[in-house]
Every structure is written in C-alpha cells, then in structure tokens.
Design a protein around this ligand. Structure first.
Ligand SMILES: *Cc1c(COP(=O)(O)O)cnc(C)c1O
Length: 396
C-alpha cells in the first residue's frame, strides 16, 4: 500500500481505521497481521548504521513494528500527538503523574477516582513531596477555587468507574487554561470511540488497555497518550523508567483493537438494555450516565457519543448476608475485579470506605455490573433471581 493510500484510510471512518490502521502487510510478506517481534537485540551491519540516530528500532525497549502499530491506533483514535504502552493500567497512571509532577507540586484528583490511583497519590506521590487534594466530581468550573501556586495537574476519571459521576471537562479545562496545569483523564470506560477528552481540553489520556482495548480478560496493559505540549516529557519519562509492554501482550491487545468498534456497540446496547430494565424495579437504583434518571445525563449527552459496558446498582440497605445470598448463587455473572471482557461480572463494593472529599451518603449496597456477551435473557434471569434472594434474606 502506498503512503497516499494509507493516508486515505486515516481519513475514512473510525471502523475502517481500526481495521486497517497500524499494520502493513507489504512489510510482512503479505500476511495481514504484524507478527510478534520477540527481541531485545537489534544488530547493525556497519558503524554508519550504528551511528545513524534515524534508525527506528535500535533495542527491544524502544519498541518494535508491533508496538508502533498499536501506539498508532491509540494515538489516532485519541487525536493525540503520541502514545506509549505500559505493563498495566496502574503503571500508565503512575507514569502520567510522574510525567507532569515534581517535588513541591500539588495534584487535584476527583473523589470518584479508581482506588489504586488514589493509593499511588497517597503513598508514592506523598513520599516524593507531591501533595494531593481530592475534589467533588461535580465541581465543574469551581475547581478554579481549589487551584494554588503549587497546582500542576488535575486528574479526572469520567465517569468514575464505581459511582459513575460525569465530570464537566470543558468547564474544568476552561477554568484552568493558561496556568500550566496538566489535565489528565482516565478514559478507560468510554474509550476514544465514545469520548475525546483531548478535543475538550485535556492534555494526557490514560487507558487501562486491560479492559476495552484487549477485550478478552487475558492481558494486562496500559496506554498513555499526550498532546504536543506533554509528549516529549511523556516519552522521556517512559524511556527512563524502562517501561515496556510484552510482545505477546501487545499482539493480543492489537487483535482486540480490530474488533473494538463492534464490541463497544454491542456492550453499549446490552448494558443500556439491562440498566433500563433494572431501573424499572422499585428496589433498584441504577447509576448509568446514559439514563435520563442520572443527575449528569445532560453533560453525558453533550460530551459523549456513546456509553460503555459498566454501571452500578444500589439495593436497599441490608446485611452482608443478603449480598452473599444474591451473589454466591449467581449462575451466569462471575464475581471479580476488572471488566471489559466477553463475560459478565458483578462486584459488590463500598464507596464510603474510599471517599474523602465528599462523603458517600447513599444508603444501601452498591454492586458494579459489567455486561458481557451472554444471552440477555439469561443475564436478566440471573439478576432477578439474585435480587429476589437479596430482598428475601433482608426480610423485604
Ligand atoms: C482497571 C482500571 C485501571 C487499572 O488498570 P490495570 O490494567 O488493572 O492496572 C485504571 N483505571 C480504571 C478506570 C480501571 O477500571
């Protein structure tokens, strides 16, 4: 394929790009997929080659044609200047922080953030002399009131992957603009297919690729993408930490990307169907930003073009035994961390334990639901039987 043919593909629809982007059969004897390059050493024929800084691949840690392909896919989808791969989503988060923070700085983090993000800030960042303040996920432009001389970064996760508040990114970015404060967004839930934070004022985008990009519950990986302002510092920090994603995992993540659009469409439809069905039950409160009943639905409709596979429900206050009666006997839903795979999951969790800026006042038990690709009637039957056991055990 010529360069102009390739450029034409980049201008076509996202699905065409996901199918054809980041690979070059001509460079692989016609084989459709870029193979796994399992290598540390790259050999050079001449001293002139060794000295040629333009040679793309010089050592395994600096990537292979396969890592370049996956980085290209994420970069183009996010509308970023570049992307790096990391061994997990958590390492992507720590890398993003250390890209833009130094001793004496302060970071503002949404109170709804993924718990390990909070743990990194409260332990490693604190030890490095970087302070953290948590803010109300619904703060919007009033974040300006929290900013100090020391504030160098703001971290958003929209929606929060447990409690599903949407943050008003345009208002936040607007309130911070021109002050040299990096806006970081964990975009794992919506993926760049349904949300483009860089276009709304963000600077650095993080993915737990483990979830939607990989899509099959078999790989841990993360990505960090940056705009022009932060790319050099990101690449430099990534290099100096020596972070890499394994060749085999990169192959599987690339394979996952080929079906991302179809999977997201299907996940979206199934999660919405299940969430709407649950929303009609008296005993159930649903936290899904695409439902009209969600308090941030207006921001969701304005900023997102679709929704993900993950949402939460709240059941009336009841004992731990009631939760056990529900989940222990479930037949289709597995109980586990993570999400984004082909199989449905349910996870009881307690935000009260985690929150510090705005106490979690909601009474009742929260359960997070990941909707996979099983028959929807089987999923509904499993849930309604489970909820009946819960209410029964609680004497309701
Ligand atoms: C799972 C998750 C992460 C961490 O990713 P790992 O690949 O598990 O390290 C980060 N952010 C969100 C929103 C997640 O759900």
């Amino acid at each position: 394929m010529s360069d102009s043919e390739k450029a034409a593909i980049f201008q076509q629809g996202t699905e065409t790009f996901l199918t054809h982007g980041g690979r070059d059969p001509n460079a692989q004897h016609g084989f459709v997929n870029t193979p796994i390059y399992r290598g540390s050493t790259v050999v050079f024929d001449t001293l002139a080659e060794l000295d040629d800084s333009k040679i793309r691949y010089r050592y395994g840690r600096q990537g292979t044609p396969l890592t370049t392909g996956l980085e290209t896919l994420v970069t183009e989808l996010e509308g970023a200047a570049g992307t790096v791969l990391t061994p997990s989503g958590v390492s992507a988060i720590s890398l993003a922080f250390l890209t833009c923070l130094s001793v004496g700085d302060e970071v503002l983090i949404t109170d709804s953030v993924y718990e390990p993000t909070r743990r990194f800030a409260d332990s490693v960042l604190k030890r490095l002399g970087i302070s953290t303040r948590y803010f109300d996920p619904r703060i919007g432009g009033a974040i300006a009131n929290l900013v100090s001389e020391k504030t160098r970064a703001v971290f958003l996760e929209s929606p929060g992957s447990l409690t599903f508040e949407i943050q008003d990114l345009p208002a936040i970015a607007n309130a911070l603009s021109g002050r040299g404060i990096a806006v970081l967004v964990d975009n794992s839930w919506a993926t760049p297919l349904f949300y483009n934070p860089l276009a709304l004022g963000a600077d650095i985008i993080i993915h737990s690729a483990t979830k939607m990009f990989v899509g099959h519950s078999d790989v841990m990986m993360g990505t960090v993408s940056a705009n022009d302002g932060y790319l050099d510092q990101l690449v430099h920090t990534h290099r100096t930490f020596g972070l890499i994603a394994s060749p085999d995992d990169t192959y599987l993540a690339t394979r996952g990307m080929r079906t991302l659009a179809v999977r997201m469409k299907e996940h979206q439809a199934r999660a919405l169907e299940l969430a709407s069905w649950l929303d009609q039950m008296d005993a159930v409160e649903v936290l899904h930003p695409a439902l009209p009943s969600h308090p941030d639905n207006h921001i969701f409709l304005r900023d997102f073009s679709g929704s993900g596979c993950l949402f939460s429900i709240i059941l009336p206050p009841a004992s731990r035994q009631a939760v056990a009666a529900m989940v222990d006997a479930m037949r289709v839903f597995g109980m586990g961390y993570s999400w984004g795979g082909f199989e449905s999951l349910i996870l009881p969790s307690d935000p009260k334990r985690i929150r510090t800026a705005v106490p979690w006042e909601v009474r009742g038990n929260l359960l997070r639901i990941h909707v996979g690709f099983e028959d929807l009637n089987d999923l509904k039957a499993d849930l309604s039987d489970g909820i009946a056991r819960y209410l029964n055990t609680a004497g309701m």
